[in-house]
Design a protein around this ligand. Structure first.
Ligand code: SF4
Ligand code: SF4
Length: 134
């Protein structure tokens, strides 16, 4: 009777002094792997303009039909850019095909993974939400 109790106490004491395997999430976060694919992000030139030329290749390859590129417009030097660019994160499966297909390296999947929302509408990202933060 007393032996199993002592055994149990021994296990408890061993656990008290060993390094915890858990972390204090969300205060502490585990680093993600290099190949991790998080939130899709539009890349910018130094002047703040999006690198996207509205070719719609990413939209074509997206297996989830999560991307909408709206009305390519023309800048003063004839360059094309999207008037609006939308990714529906409720559809996105973070496959990275859009990143692979883009001829301008204008879209990439970053390391952000805390994307959950209570309202599905907040997961429809527009061009401003898709720009890098900070
Ligand atoms: S990561 Fe995949 S599913 Fe998500 S927008 Fe890009 S191509 Fe579509
Ligand atoms: S493939 Fe690249 S350049 Fe073409 S629409 Fe998509 S993000 Fe823009």
């Amino acid at each position: 009777m007393i032996l199993p109790l002592l055994k149990g106490l021994g296990t408890t004491f061993k656990a008290i002094f060993s390094k915890p395997v858990t972390i204090l999430y969300p205060e502490q976060k585990r680093p993600v792997y290099d190949r991790f694919r998080g939130r899709p992000e539009l890349q910018l030139y130094d002047n703040g303009k999006v690198k996207c030329v509205a070719c719609t290749l990413c939209k074509t390859v997206c297996p989830s039909q999560a991307i909408r590129v709206i009305e390519p417009a023309e800048g003063s030097y004839g360059e094309k850019y999207p008037v609006e660019f939308i990714i529906d994160l409720t559809r996105c499966i973070f496959c990275g095909f859009c990143q692979e297909a883009c001829p301008k390296a204008a879209i990439s999947l970053n390391k952000e993974y805390e994307l959950a929302q209570y309202d599905k509408k907040l997961l429809i990202y527009n061009i401003d939400m898709l720009k890098p933060k900070g």
